[in-house]
Design a protein around this ligand. Structure first.
Ligand SMILES: [Zn+2]
Ligand SMILES: [Zn+2]
Length: 129
């Protein structure tokens, strides 16, 4: 007696887990800054039509924000304008917020996989009942 409902629920839960912007819905403080490469003062993150950019408050230098996936070493897809600061790797499930370290990103992915594993186990246990 195959229980198709469980498989469907499981697929839905996994999809939910994958699509829920669990961590960084917002960058920690809501405001993200970096050092301006030209004058070494503070540049602030802004969002223009092209995507997120760093804008230096002192010299006006503008530079595109790039977040790289530590696993795939490719540039992540920036969040759409007005969306939370959540970058998505085009080739793996990793997500990141601007300015996060590779360690932060890997740690989040580890937690996501652990949560999925726990979920799978719970579902397997229920299916075995
Ligand atoms: Zn500057
Ligand atoms: Zn990746």
């Amino acid at each position: 007696m195959a229980n198709t409902t469980d498989a469907r629920i499981r697929a839905r839960i996994i999809e939910y887990a994958d699509n829920t912007p669990e961590p960084p819905v917002m960058s920690r403080a809501g405001i993200v800054t970096t050092g301006c490469p030209r004058c070494l003062r503070t540049a602030w993150r802004q969002h223009d039509a092209e995507g997120p950019v760093w804008v230096c408050a002192s010299c006006g230098h503008v530079e595109g924000v790039i977040v790289k996936c530590p696993h795939c070493a490719v540039a992540m897809t920036p969040p759409p304008m007005g969306a939370p600061d959540r970058w998505q790797c085009p080739t793996c499930p990793r997500v990141a917020a601007t300015g996060e370290s590779a360690q932060d990103i890997e740690e989040r992915e580890r937690q996501r996989l652990a949560a999925l594993a726990a979920l799978n186990e719970a579902i397997a246990l229920r299916a075995a009942e």
